[in-house]
Design a protein around this ligand. Sequence first.
Ligand code: SF4
Length: 101
Amino acid sequence: MSVQQMAGVDGGELEVWIDQDLCTGDGICAQYAPEVFELDIDGLAYVKSADDELLQDKGATTPVPLPLLTDVIDSAKECPGDCIHVRRVSDKAEVYGPDAE
Ligand code: SF4
């Protein structure tokens, strides 16, 4: 599936969340997409809201801005903890990450 298809030509939007239970804290995601991911003082990565607020609730999601889609997908690919989940907002189907089909 292409990145464009994942983004959804039908206007389907994507969101991303991190399973902190599996995060190794290496910070790869925060290097690739610092607008979306950040390490907190607990040494684990969290997603950020559009206005730069760290979202620390378990399973918190944030929208993936289209210009950052490739960076977010690369983060999920490289994530040593396999714990970055990218899914469609509309039906919550994972399109990239350990649970993607
Ligand atoms: S790349 Fe994965 S394991 Fe590494 S800090 Fe980010 S979420 Fe955690």
